[in-house]
Design a binder for this molecule. Structure first.
Ligand SMILES: [Zn+2]
Length: 420
């Protein structure tokens, strides 16, 4: 009796009939097809132990020819204050500015906190069903929720133990000084699970770019954390804030590679020359951009940022909450959106676009050499209904199973509907 991949598995097991990409097929210089083959993959204690020629009759979990890809990662999401699990609610026409949103949150957070642990788990379940095993989640640190949002989210992650990982950003959503959040941020920064110090629109919310960023930088340095600042402001104050953050990263090399600006909408309004200049500066200072890939008449210059080597992270941001209801939870859908927006349509371009879902691992390098999975790699992957990466992005492939550090779950068995 061969257990099907629709069951759970952990520890030591073998997957057979696993499809892996093995190279590109060319017509002169052009990639016209992705070559694949079937393999047996042995997983032991969270890692890939062997990758062997397929043995269809092996005593093993049958992947039935499905494609194995690196698992997806969501690099900007808010797991702590979702409305997911509550009745449908579209965005309110009364909530237009960030300050109006803050006032609204001060009213609803006490209600949300009552069930936020269970609903964070549900939202994680949704992300998992779409093949995500890792997220960078911002978590509100504000005088209304105190550290409770953080505590509830950490409990949800403990409850999801061994199937989902997250890095946490302490997020002063209601302003550092606009509300009295600075003392709470100092407390949150000491929490081991916090990996990044967050922020929001230093100029429009706190009325002071330098003072707010200086506090954030010092908190990050004192506690050996990274930074990930929400910056919605377009125009002069937005650009000034980006330059100031670049300056701080140049002054403090330990922040390089650990400093991110989320949204950075100001970049979408620059001329192409200005965009190239700032992209070069961001790359040199190793300051990354995290984006939910918005449109609203403005398109983020992702190709230019990538061209200069800026680290671009992608996330769902809001999955059904009072800020937005457009996050689907599906990172393959984000990669598909990027491919559509920027015209990535050939086999090669689509295969590269998968990096925006897996962030950044791809099965094949640009020359078509197999680079994932390798023996010894952590067994964190998804099985999808697609023949290759390009098809997975273009058709937004259905995820059938996900494996996090060797723990395999069938996607349809992950609970995500209804409160526990
Ligand atoms: Zn956000």
């Amino acid at each position: 009796m061969h257990p099907s991949y629709t069951t759970k598995a952990t520890g030591h097991y073998i997957l057979k009939n696993v499809r892996l990409e093995t190279g590109f097929e060319y017509d002169q210089q052009d990639v016209i097809r992705t070559k694949t083959d079937l393999f047996c993959i042995e997983i032991d204690d969270g890692n890939i132990k062997t990758i062997q020629t397929n043995r269809p009759n092996a005593e093993a979990i049958d992947a039935e020819g499905r494609l194995l890809l690196p698992a997806c990662r969501d690099m900007h999401v808010h797991l702590d204050k979702t409305l997911y699990g509550l009745p449908w609610q579209a965005h309110s026409p009364k909530l237009k500015t960030v300050k109006e949103m803050i006032a609204h949150e001060q009213k609803i957070i006490p209600m949300l906190l009552k069930t936020s642990t269970a609903r964070a788990e549900q939202l994680i379940g949704l992300l998992q069903r779409y093949g995500t095993t890792f997220a960078r989640t911002h978590v509100n640190i504000d005088p209304t929720s105190g550290l409770e949002s953080l505590e509830h989210l950490m409990q949800a992650l403990v409850n999801k133990n061994h199937t989902f990982e997250a890095e946490l950003v302490a997020f002063p959503q209601h302003g550092l000084y606009y509300t009295d959040s600075a003392p709470l941020m100092r407390e949150a920064a000491k929490v081991k699970n916090i990996g990044f110090i967050g922020g929001v629109d230093p100029y429009t919310i706190d009325g002071a770019i330098e003072k707010t960023i200086d506090f954030t930088v010092q908190l990050a340095l004192d506690n050996n954390k990274g930074m990930d600042i929400h910056l919605h402001e377009p125009g002069e104050s937005g650009i000034k804030t980006i330059h100031y953050l670049i300056e701080k990263a140049v002054e403090n090399p330990q922040l390089q590679g650990k400093t991110f600006i989320s949204h950075a909408f100001a970049l979408a309004y620059l001329s192409s020359k200005e965009t190239e200049e700032i992209a070069e500066k961001l790359a040199d200072a190793q300051v990354g951009i995290a984006t939910s890939v918005p449109f609203r008449g403005t398109i983020m210059p992702i190709p230019t940022l990538k061209k200069y080597g800026v680290q671009v992270l992608v996330g769902n941001d809001n999955v059904q909450d009072h800020w937005s209801t457009f996050g689907s939870g599906n990172m393959l859908q984000k990669a598909n959106l990027i491919a559509q927006l920027y015209g990535y349509e050939t086999e090669f371009e689509l295969s590269r676009a998968l990096q925006f879902a897996t962030q950044p691992m791809l099965p094949l390098d640009d020359e078509g050499n197999q680079q994932w999975p390798k023996v010894g790699d952590e067994a964190t992957a998804i099985l999808v209904d697609a023949s290759c990466s390009a098809e997975a992005v273009s058709r937004i492939a259905t995820v059938k199973a996900l494996i996090n550090k060797g723990n395999l779950s069938a996607a349809h068995q992950i609970p995500f509907e209804g409160l526990a």
